[in-house]
Every structure is written in structure tokens, then in C-alpha cells.
Design a protein around this ligand. Structure first.
Ligand SMILES: [Mg+2]
Ligand SMILES: [Zn+2]
Length: 276
């Protein structure tokens, strides 16, 4: 039985988000990263579901364990290397005031106005990064928007960008009001952590672009880098920023800053390799 023990510790540590916000479907993923203690707690909440999942997990662990036992040391090293290399840096984009004009609660796609530089900037960024949108839509909680409205607008934005070859991996929406004290409202890093788990995102090498101090704080919370843009509400909240925040006039300049930053980071990386 030491097989499963070893393997469980191979999975990246991730705090399970349970139970209300994540929903039972997230168990599929989460169970792979559970500590025995958490497992016991979840078992108390969802006995039938957990028993069924655990059987499946044991089966797959035994299979992988047998496969790994047969691997040579070289193959094992290669496997560990490839799991590290397969993580991606990402850009988490705010929606309103960052990639489109902030015109309040958007009920219809006819209200969507892209900034002139959005398409070219996202094309450039997608050469290096996976792109996500993270947006607070408290209009839903206030009853002025339906979730369906938000979904339609988001789908339009994603398909418009797709026509220019730009893939938005996911658009994450918090539909709550701040007073709801939910888990997902920015600057809480709920969706960034979700992206990290589900899309293998390396948050330390990722960036957030947004026109609200929440967007910058979102980045800080997971040690990613935040770029504050002065479009949208940008000018209004500028004074709330701490001194060392990178500020850009808009998405175009934010893109320039990020490309410059990754070039500097890789130059430093090369220097370190030479010293070694
Ligand atoms: Mg905004
Ligand atoms: Zn929320």
C-alpha cells in the first residue's frame, strides 16, 4: 500500500474549495489532491459520491504506480521535467474598461465597444500567454442584469476575438455583490487558482491587466504581476494605488510593458544559467 501514498504526494498541493462555492462537480478534480484528513471531512459531507470517486481513484493510482515502477530513472526524470514544462503563463484580463469600454451593466451585445488596440494587443499577448477574462458583474446580484445577459455578452466578446485568431481559454464571472461576501469576487484570487488547477497555469509568471485597484490586488494575492490601465475607471482610482504599481495608458501600453518584462526576465534567467 505504499504505492498510493507516494503517488498522492506527487499531485500538486491545492487547497480544496469546498463545498458551497465549488459545487460537487469539482470533486472530480479536487479528490486527486486531498490529504487523508480532508478526505475524511468530505466523506462526512458526501458519503456516496466520495466512495464512488475513491474507488476510481484507487484504480487509477494502482495503474500509474505499476507503470512508474516499470520506468527507468531516466524516464522518471523526463516525466517530472515535462510536467514542469507543461505549465503556461497567462494573462488575466479584466473586461469592462480594459478590453472594452466601460458602459455600465451590459445587457446586450450592441453595447459592446472594443478599444481600438484590443485586438492587436491580444494577438501579440497570445503568442506568449494563455488568455483569460475575469469579471465582476454585480449587476446580476442587483437584479439589473440576468446571468443569461452576461453570458451572451461574454460569448459575443469571445467569438469576436476568435475571428481574429485570439483564444480566450475561459471567461470567469462573479455575479455577486460585494455584500454577499462570496468567494469569487475580485480581488479574491478564486478564479486565478481555478485556472491554475484546471489549465495548468503558472501564476508566478502570469499577469493581470485591469482598470481597478482590485485587479492589481488580484495579482498581488497570488504573486502574479498587475498592470493598471487608465482606461475605464482607471483615472478615478489612480490615487488608491500603491507606489510600485505598473501603470499603462491602455491595453496597448500594458502589452508593451509585459513583453518588456518577459524579455528582462529571460535575460536574467540566461545570466543566472551562465553563472551556474
Ligand atoms: Mg473594469
Ligand atoms: Zn462571487
Amino acid at each position: 500500500m505504499n504505492g498510493p501514498g507516494i503517488l498522492v504526494s506527487w499531485f500538486p498541493a491545492c487547497p480544496p474549495v469546498m463545498p458551497a462555492e465549488a459545487g460537487i462537480q469539482d470533486l472530480d478534480y479536487t479528490i486527486h489532491a486531498l490529504s487523508p484528513l480532508t478526505y475524511t471531512v468530505l466523506l462526512a459531507f458526501y458519503p456516496a459520491k466520495m466512495a464512488e470517486k475513491f474507488d476510481a481513484l484507487l484504480f487509477s493510482i494502482n495503474n500509474s504506480y505499476n507503470n512508474i515502477k516499470r520506468m527507468s530513472a531516466q524516464e522518471k526524470a523526463k516525466m517530472m521535467n515535462s510536467t514542469q514544462k507543461n505549465s503556461y503563463a497567462a494573462i488575466f484580463l479584466d473586461r469592462d474598461g480594459t478590453i472594452i469600454e466601460d458602459r455600465g451593466d451590459l445587457k446586450h451585445i450592441s453595447q459592446v465597444v472594443f478599444f481600438d488596440e484590443t485586438v492587436s494587443s491580444l494577438q501579440r499577448l497570445s503568442e506568449f500567454f494563455r488568455l483569460f477574462i475575469v469579471t465582476n458583474q454585480s449587476g446580476v446580484a442587483k437584479g439589473v442584469l440576468s446571468l443569461e445577459d452576461v453570458k451572451k455578452v461574454n460569448e459575443y466578446i469571445m467569438s469576436y476575438l476568435a475571428d481574429y485568431g485570439i483564444t480566450i481559454v475561459e471567461t470567469y464571472v462573479c455575479p455577486h455583490a460585494r455584500s454577499d461576501n462570496c468567494a469569487c469576487i475580485k480581488p479574491k484570487p478564486f478564479f486565478m487558482k481555478k485556472a491554475a488547477r484546471e489549465h495548468n497555469i503558472d501564476l508566478l509568471n502570469s499577469y493581470v491587466i485591469g482598470d481597478h485597484p482590485h485587479d492589481v490586488d488580484l495579482a498581488k494575492g497570488v504573486r502574479a504581476r498587475g498592470i493598471y490601465v487608465l482606461t475605464g475607471h482607471g483615472m478615478k482610482h489612480r490615487d488608491e494605488l500603491t507606489d510600485n504599481t505598473s501603470i499603462a495608458r491602455g491595453i496597448g501600453e500594458a502589452t508593451e510593458l509585459i513583453i518588456k518584462d518577459i524579455n528582462e526576465r529571460s535575460a536574467q534567467e540566461r545570466k543566472r544559467e551562465m553563472i551556474r
